[in-house]
Design a protein around this ligand. Structure first.
Ligand code: 9MR
Length: 452
């Protein structure tokens, strides 16, 4: 069995206080000396980033210099690791009796606790199989925690449905609330998949974030090849947005009105989409106005990627957003990032820009590549830890923005093996919070740790 022990912090408990035994003895000679003992005491918590790791703390109260010894219940007997916090990993399911000893004046006192470990890690409060452990949505008390789904997944029951309902309180359709699916042929809408997702969310008290009314990558071919005048094109877009937003009025909390309108290249101009070509450079403003007119209460977002890593794209986005004035409620910052970047300060810069404009911030489409350089064939412990730390960092940044700017943090997928990234990059990766068996990964605990 492998035991990892790491002394994190040395707490000074070993020094004599200013009032020593000797001083007392010399000034009050007539008092009978009672033997002094030091009462051993310790506590432990479960690591936020690794459910199999207990963090032990010596909580003995004494100003006397005593010796402290641990027995972690792993068959090693007593070990002296000094004082401070100690991390111990319990790799195997079982019950472990942990003892802490304080030795002073020839007297040894001890405290003992039982650590129970099941297949999910150390059981909180010794309650194995407890379903009362905090879920992501419960831990995030000031914003929604979302994930994506598909209409074929929200029917029936099973592990997936349980997990989705337990951990998340906001849903985004992965691809079925885009124009190519909702409006596949002229004059013929198909809302069946979107309806299924929205109904499921309503039945389970979850928000729906509508994604995305206009996206150059999800435009049906009849729209790309529109036959008609520019005025007819614009009327068609107006009717589509009005029909869709009206249909889900009161059921959808928010919409990405336009997605990824900016080029990646120099200057980050508007992409030359069919919408720009036919409706003009102010097509985004027009689309926001159509949506606003259809539902004055729904929150309207502009959504795009790489805005933390690219300062120029961020600047172009803010120019675009500023031109929208009161029509826009928030910015969706897609968080398709990697374990090693963008940096916390880049992410904060983006958040600060949104906050300074009094807009809502959506950390959207969160997934964190563990293998961006394709140097792994399996997820190593070190990389899993680094990925978990990045999740924690992102969540901490989001959790620390002002309440009025908070909206939701949406993870882009549940199981690693279902992530769009695998096909997109064509190499192995494990970017999400759950493995292919729906087990929580270290990344899950990193996310949770960011909320604490
Ligand atoms: O993950 C989505 C994938 O299943 C779809 O096939 C694709 C096209 O609809 O969209 C993917 O999600 C994208 C999102 O809508 C916008 N940002 C980039 C995402 C990954 O491509």
């Amino acid at each position: 069995m492998k035991i990892n022990k790491l002394i994190l912090l040395f707490v000074t408990t070993l020094f004599l206080g200013s009032c020593s035994n000797d001083e007392q003895g010399s000034t009050i000679e007539s008092e009978v000396e009672t033997p002094v003992t030091v009462k051993a005491s310790f506590s432990y918590t479960i690591s936020a980033t690794d459910p199999y790791v207990a963090i032990f703390q010596n909580t003995t109260e004494s100003s006397f210099q005593y010796q402290s010894l641990w027995d972690y219940g792993l068959g090693e007997g007593k070990v002296n690791v000094g004082s401070g916090l100690v991390e111990v990993r319990y790799n195997e399911v079982g019950n472990y009796t942990v003892k802490f000893y304080a030795v002073y004046n020839g007297v040894t006192t001890e405290e003992s606790k039982t650590i129970k470990v099941d297949e999910n890690g150390i059981c909180p409060n010794g309650l194995c199989g407890s379903t009362s452990s905090t879920s992501l949505k419960d831990a995030a008390t000031t914003f929604a925690v979302g994930n994506i789904t598909r209409s074929s997944w929200v029917i029936g029951s099973g592990k997936y449905i349980e997990l989705l309902k337990n951990e998340f309180n906001s849903l985004t359709s992965e691809y079925e609330m885009k124009m190519n699916v909702m409006y596949p042929a002229q004059g013929s809408y198909n809302f069946s998949a979107a309806d299924a997702i929205v109904s499921f969310a309503q039945a389970n008290d979850m928000y729906v974030h509508g994604h995305a009314l206009i996206w150059h990558n999800a435009t049906p071919s009849w729209v790309e090849n529109f036959s008609g005048t520019d005025a007819e094109f614009e009327a068609m877009v107006k009717a589509y947005i009005t029909t869709t937003v009206t249909r889900y009025k009161g059921k959808v909390r928010s919409w990405d009105v336009v997605n990824e309108a900016l080029e990646d290249g120099s200057g980050n101009p508007l992409r030359k989409s069919v919408f720009k070509q036919k409706m003009g450079d102010d097509y985004i403003k027009k689309c926001f106005q159509f949506a606003r007119d259809a539902d004055p209460d729904v929150l309207l977002f502009y959504n795009d990627y790489n805005m933390a890593s690219s300062a120029t794209k961020r600047a172009a986005m803010f120019t675009l957003v500023d031109e929208l004035g009161d029509l826009i409620d928030g910015v969706g910052a897609q968080m398709h990032i990697s374990y090693n970047g963008p940096s916390a300060s880049q992410i904060k810069n983006l958040a600060d820009g949104v906050i300074s404009r009094n807009l809502k911030l959506h950390f959207a489409e969160l997934d964190i590549r563990a293998n961006p350089n394709n140097d792994l064939t399996v997820l190593s412990n070190d990389r899993a830890k680094a990925q978990s730390a990045k999740y924690k960092e992102v969540v901490q940044i989001y959790n620390s923005i002002p309440l009025e700017n908070k909206f939701a943090l949406t993870v882009w997928g549940v199981r690693d093996n279902e992530s769009w990234l695998i096909d997109f990059w064509g190499n192995a990766d494990w970017p999400l919070l759950f493995d292919s068996n729906y087990n929580k990964k270290l990344s899950y605990y990193g996310f949770l740790g960011g909320l604490q």
